[in-house]
Design a protein around this ligand. Structure first.
Ligand code: BES
Ligand code: ZN
Length: 460
């Protein structure tokens, strides 16, 4: 028996206690985007800091102008590379609440088609995932008294709301956070059997626009026809954002977008992605993106514009004949390649202003931005991690892209010059950001075991 074998056995023997700790974290309502949950976000940071202290890290909760960061260092320096593990402890809002089968912050285990699943907001994104690393460190320390390599930890509390404090925090704490490599656990597996390393992420521009016309709400009979209706104006602008082929019409939007290199295309073709099943699983049948692009290309390698929310006028019970004074929408762009988030934000604002009719005005609010990322498909750390994952899952990890965004990866590179290795154990059907979010117990257990192996693999 090697030391690693002992650690892996310890992980399995102590899985119930690991699940208890995860459940504790899942009960904390750390919704970062809603100011009403500020104290709960703080409580999650405090709890995590305490857990890290408890396993021998020197941990602290660091204030920012938004939600706090948790930073922890293992006092031992075992030599080898110094890694900085990143996860986020904040979660998305729970609405629509009535579509949850059980309360979102009362975690439970449910067995579906023979798979045990932890159901709760944040079970997968990202509390379950970040706890896989904490539990792997706990096991190494319990069995051997130390970690195989030098480890620091950074937990963020505002990833789901665009990471507004991240860049200034990294810049102000560059020395303290310096490491050779970041490990990020916030991504998916290829499927339940096959692990994945994510090497491409889309970027993001989040914008909220509010269009105002008359200086008050009006009776839609008395004024209808003569008064400008801001909901119509908003709908018209939204409709103009994409053409009939699904391409975004904001000028300059495709600057920096290149076609997929042939070797990447070949790699993806070899993955055997089932686009019918991907869409079928969520009740859809026809891809709705750019014509002439495969579904995998549409979600991993092409930029898009999505309307995430729209409000205006009377939306309560019954009916009210009103022309509202204002209407607003939350709109996000997913970016690829070299698209520049700041330029796209400016171009979008010009586009909206350019389509504004008389008597209307618009205000904009920024909700996060992140550059798209393409990481190297090769490298020493990547091959070591690949081997470790192959040992755990009995299958080579797929090198994948992802349509989601994780701002920290680009910020770590920019502010600290650190590359990231993105390994996650979430599944496509985890319903992240949706009601009844879940994380398979097999993801949690396999995730803990995988990190235990990756730490060992990076050491030798
Ligand atoms: N973990 C997700 C992103 C993700 C999921 C990446 C699955 C790869 C695979 C992350 O927490 C997330 O949802 N990020 C937001 C960021 C945004 C609010 C800036 C996103 O992508 O919408
Ligand atoms: Zn996440």
């Amino acid at each position: 028996m090697t030391m690693l074998d002992d650690v892996l056995s310890h992980i399995d023997a102590n899985l119930p206690a690991s699940l208890d700790r995860l459940f504790h974290l899942l009960r904390i309502e750390s919704i970062s985007t809603d100011p009403a949950y500020r104290e709960q976000v703080r409580a999650a940071a405090d709890w995590l800091s305490g857990e890290l202290d408890g396993i021998g890290f020197a941990a602290s909760v660091r204030p920012t102008t938004g939600h706090p960061m948790v930073v922890a260092h293992d006092p031992d320096d075992a030599g080898g590379p110094h890694v900085l593990f990143y996860g986020h402890y904040d979660v998305q809002p729970v609405d629509p609440l009535d579509e949850w089968d059980s309360p979102p912050f009362e975690p439970r285990i449910e067995t579906v088609d023979g798979h045990e699943q932890i159901v709760a907001r944040g079970a997968s994104d990202d509390k379950g995932q970040l706890m896989t690393f904490v539990e792997a460190c706990r096991a190494w320390k319990a069995v051997t008294g130390s970690l195989p390599i030098r480890v620091s930890v950074l937990f963020e509390g505002e990833e789901e709301s665009g990471s507004p404090s991240l860049k200034p925090f990294l810049e102000a704490n560059a020395e303290d956070l310096r490491a050779d490599l970041a490990l990020v656990c916030d991504t998916d597996m290829w499927d339940r059997q096959r692990p994945a390393i994510t090497v491409m992420l889309r970027g993001l521009v989040g914008e909220e626009i509010t269009i105002t016309a008359a200086d008050r709400d009006l009776h839609s009979g008395l004024y209808g026809g003569a008064a400008r209706n801001p909901i119509h104006v908003l709908a018209d602008i939204i409709a103009r954002l994409r053409d009939a082929d699904g391409r975004v019409t904001v000028p300059g939007f495709y600057d920096g977008v290149d076609d997929l290199p042939a070797d990447v295309k070949a790699l993806w073709d070899s993955l055997g992605f089932d686009s019918d099943a991907f869409l079928g699983d969520v009740g859809l049948s026809l891809p709705a993106g750019e014509t002439g692009r495969s579904v995998l290309e549409q979600i991993w390698a092409r930029p898009t514009c999505e309307v995430n929310g729209i409000t205006g006028g009377y939306t309560g019970e019954g009916f009210k004949t009103v022309i509202p004074a204002k209407a607003s929408a939350k709109i996000s762009f997913r970016l690829v390649g070299g698209q520049d988030p700041d330029q796209i934000r400016r171009n979008f604002r010009d586009f909206v202003e350019g389509h504004l009719p008389a008597d209307c005005s618009v205000t904009f609010a920024e909700h996060g931005g992140a550059q798209a990322l393409r990481l190297p498909f090769t490298g020493d750390a990547l091959s070591r991690a690949r081997a470790a994952l192959t040992d755990e899952w009995g299958m080579e990890p797929a090198l994948v892209g992802s349509g989601g965004s994780i701002p920290v990866v680009g910020e770590l590179k920019q502010a600290l010059g650190i590359d990231s290795l993105m390994i996650g154990f979430a599944l496509d059907d985890d319903r992240i950001h949706s009601p009844n979010e879940k994380y398979d117990v097999s993801s949690f257990r396999g995730g803990i075991r995988s990190w235990a192996r990756v730490l060992a693999a990076l050491a030798t």
